[in-house]
Structure formats: structure tokens, C-alpha cells
Design a protein around this ligand. Structure first.
Ligand code: AMP
Length: 422
């Protein structure tokens, strides 16, 4: 799919009030932002708009607040917890975007970022009305409004009434049809920011017109999470590599004993279908030929663990596979070496444990060493590349795990479908 949506460069923004949906859903600990990556990723769009003399009304969700005390109390009661109104207020306060406003201000060299006390109440609407060209304000956590996740048209209309243009740039939530990701586009001219244009430009090209050989590597826990991705990629790639927990259901489908490894019993037939589809389409499907096994899942997850490596068809009945083995690491790395386009999503093993991270590290290393166009999606694989210091050797690390997977599935993303075509 060629990216053919209008961007901020295709629309007049000077002197206009522009509502920008960003993804400021950053990790926080005790009110402190622990990674500002998502805020930094949003800055090119924000800076462009401010430079052009737009009045920027930025918004985002953060976490999963529950705006109704009664519902919050009921949900906690299901978990056996009794909560007071103060507990609820504390939870809501911990999900305020105030620390984000502070960080944006720092990234803009100390420029004032006005912080609204609500999403589209008295505070936000009066602040937006008074906002001048070149100024920026931030709305409170959009999920403080219960209509947000329901894509309530009344909420979308209210939000739209504050602005003249809508810019969608929250790649991390672009696969969800919410009031601020898609709904507002019904009431305002809607275009994409730089982040979405970049994400979809790189990934769209990889899927529609890849330099070949095109190799995709999938890992992670369950086959059932990646059903459509596997099927869609089998229509596009030259080689599909499957590692991680999902590989064992494929091995079971081949008739191997997999001991106590992760197993999606309902997906065995699906795996057989996919192996047949690969053969029919002339796609090389690579599964692990050896695997690292242990008696039990590590507890704690990063604790010491005794492991051994066995061939994929010789997993002892009382052991579980937790990483790809050494021969497999070489085979997977070789496939990457010969590729011109590589897409990777999902770890090769329980990479949270240093003893079981070798497969994931080997794949990250292979991508870093490759001169191919390399695209990494999914929080875990992206984190692995960053922790290893390989991030700058990867062509593109997607900021949205779920969104990039749905894109790989070939799905329409609601937050993109609603934008104006070029
Ligand atoms: P996902 O969220 O589907 O990308 O899965 C990521 C999780 O899969 C990580 O937390 C890994 O620890 C886990 N994982 C990877 N390989 C295995 C495996 N062989 N057995 C159990 N869990 C695994």
C-alpha cells in the first residue's frame, strides 16, 4: 500500500487552531516519566506546526483511567479490593498528562505549554479559544472522558469545535477507532503528522513493493495473536521465520513431541494450513531446528535457570522450550544476511531472562549487521534493539506494537482511513 494520505505539509495551518492527536502514553513511575521516546517522536510535527504559526492543541491518552468512581469501585471489588473515593482520585491524578506538558516544554527549549484541567470542559475550551498562533496547549488525558474509547460523536464534535484542522500522529493508537483518533475527523479536515507518515511510508513500501529477498521474522508467545499476520505475510515474503513460543505449536503440527512447551492446541490445524500455504506460494518457512529447554518456566522470570539445548524433534516430555538453539540462531541469521528487506516482530524466547535471551539477541544482531531495509515492530523486539544499542543500525523501529501488527495483517487502520487522500 502506497501512503497516499495528506500530511501537515499539504494543508494550510498558519494562523489556524490545530488539534493534534499524539501518543504521549509514556511509562511513568511515581509521577516521573521513565522513557520520553514517544514524546520525542511527536516533536517534529509539533515543531513544524508551531514554526508555521499554528495554535497547537495537543492531546493524548495515558494508561487506562476509569472516569466513573462507581465503575472503578465495582472493578476493584471483582478483584477482591475495597477502594475509597480518595483511592480513585489518586489513580486518576497519577494518569494526568501534567508531567508530559513539562517535558514538551523542555523539548521546546523552555517554551510555555499551557495545561488544561480537563479534556473539553470549561478549562480546555476557554484556553483553546484564547490560544494564539505559535502557542501550544495540552488537553488532559483524553480517556478521562468516557466517550473517548466509545468513539462518542458528541465528544468528537465538542473536541472538533475547539479547532479548525485535525492532525493524526498517534501511531500507537491508530488501530483503534476512538473519538480523538478517528471520530474528530468527521467534523474537521484531517491530515497526518510526520510520525504516521513515516511509519506507514516505510512499512507500506516494505509490504507493497519490497526489495527482495523479503524475510519476515515472527516470535512472541502465542500463535493465536498472530494468525492474520502469518497468513498475510505468506502472500508477500520470500522467507517466513517463526521463533518464540509460537514455534512449538508449528512443531507439534509437524508431529514433533514438544514436552511442556507453550502449545495452542486449537491452532494445530491452522499451523498445518499455513505450512501448506507456504509451500503453495513458494515461501520458505523456517522453524527452529534446535531449542533451549528447561524443567520449568523461570521464576522469577530473570532468575538463574539450568538449561540444555536439544534438537527440535527431541524435546524431552518433561521439559519446555524457552529459546531457539545455536544451530537455529545461525540459520535465522543467515537468512537475514541474504535479505534485502527484513521485518521483525516478537522475541525468539523468554528474553527477559539473560540465559534465554541469546536467540533474540542473535536476531537483533543479524538485523543490525544487515545492509537490508530493516523494520522492527512490537515493544519487546524494539526494546531488545534499544537495550543492545542497535537502534541506530535499524532502518525503522516502529513506535506502535499493536498498530504495526495490524498493519502487517493488511488491516485498514481507522486513524489513517479517516484522513484526507492526496
Ligand atoms: P508477545 O507479547 O506475543 O510478543 O510475546 C512476548 C512474550 O513471549 C515475552 O514476554 C516472552 O517471554 C514470551 N516468550 C517467548 N518465547 C517463549 C517461550 N518459548 N515460552 C514461553 N514464553 C515465551
Amino acid at each position: 500500500m502506497k501512503y497516499n494520505k495528506k500530511t501537515i505539509e499539504d494543508i494550510e495551518v498558519s494562523g489556524k487552531k490545530v488539534l493534534v492527536r499524539c501518543d504521549f502514553n509514556v511509562p511513568m513511575k511515581n509521577g516521573v516519566i521513565t522513557s520520553d521516546k514517544r514524546i520525542v517522536s511527536a516533536m517534529p510535527t509539533i515543531k513544524y506546526l508551531l514554526d508555521k504559526g499554528a495554535a497547537v492543541i495537543a492531546c493524548s491518552h495515558m494508561g487506562k483511567p476509569e472516569p466513573s468512581f462507581d465503575k472503578y469501585a465495582a472493578k476493584q471489588a471483582e478483584k477482591g479490593k475495597t477502594v475509597t473515593k480518595e483511592d480513585w482520585e489518586k489513580m486518576m491524578k497519577s494518569l494526568s498528562l501534567k508531567p508530559v506538558a513539562q517535558r514538551i516544554s523542555e523539548l521546546l527549549g523552555g517554551k510555555e505549554v499551557k495545561m488544561a484541567a480537563d479534556v473539553c470542559g470549561e478549562s480546555a475550551t476557554s484556553m483553546a479559544a484564547a490560544l494564539k498562533p505559535g502557542e501550544i496547549m495540552l488537553l488532559e488525558n483524553t480517556r478521562f472522558e468516557k466517550g473517548e474509547t466509545k468513539n462518542d460523536p458528541e465528544l468528537a464534535k465538542k473536541l472538533a469545535s475547539m479547532a479548525e484542522v485535525f492532525v493524526s500522529d498517534a501511531f500507537g493508537t491508530v488501530h483503534r477507532a476512538h473519538a480523538t483518533t478517528a471520530g474528530v475527523a468527521d467534523y474537521l479536515p484531517a491530515v497526518s503528522g510526520y510520525l504516521i507518515a513515516k511509519e506507514l511510508g516505510v512499512m507500506g513500501k516494505a509490504l507493497a513493493d519490497p526489495d527482495r529477498p523479503f524475510v519476515a521474522i515472527l516470535g512472541g508467545a502465542k500463535v493465536s495473536d498472530k494468525l492474520n499476520v502469518i497468513s498475510n505475510l505468506l502472500e508477500k515474503v520470500d522467507t517466513l521465520i517463526i521463533g518464540g513460543g509460537m514455534a512449538y505449536t508449528f512443531m507439534a503440527a509437524k508431529g514433533y513431541g514438544i514436552g511442556t512447551s507453550l502449545f495452542d492446541s486449537e491452532k494445530v490445524d491452522y499451523c498445518k494450513e499455513m505450512m501448506a500455504k507456504a509451500e503453495k506460494n513458494g515461501v520458505k518457512l523456517l522453524l527452529p531446528v534446535d531449542t533451549v529447554v528447561a524443567k520449568a518456566f523461570p521464576d522469577p522470570i530473570d532468575g538463574a535457570i539450568e538449561v540444555e539445548s536439544v534438537d527440535a524433534d527431541k524435546i524431552p516430555s518433561d521439559k519446555m522450550g524457552l529459546d531457539i538453539g545455536e544451530k537455529t540462531r545461525e540459520i535465522f541469521a543467515d537468512a537475514v544476511k541474504n535479505a534485502k528487506t527484513v521485518v521483525w516482530n516478537g522475541p525468539m524466547g523468554v528474553f527477559e531472562n539473560p540465559t534465554l535471551a541469546k536467540g533474540t539477541i542473535a536476531v537483533a544482531q543479524a538485523l543490525a549487521d544487515s545492509s537490508a531495509t530493516t523494520i522492527v515492530g512490537g515493544g519487546d523486539s524494539a526494546a531488545a534493539c534499544e537495550q543492545l544499542g542497535f537502534a541506530d543500525k535499524i532502518t525503522h523501529i516502529s513506535t506502535g506494537g499493536g498498530a504495526s501488527l495490524e498493519f502487517l495483517e493488511g488491516k485498514d487502520l481507522p486513524g489513517v482511513a479517516c484522513l484526507q487522500d492526496k
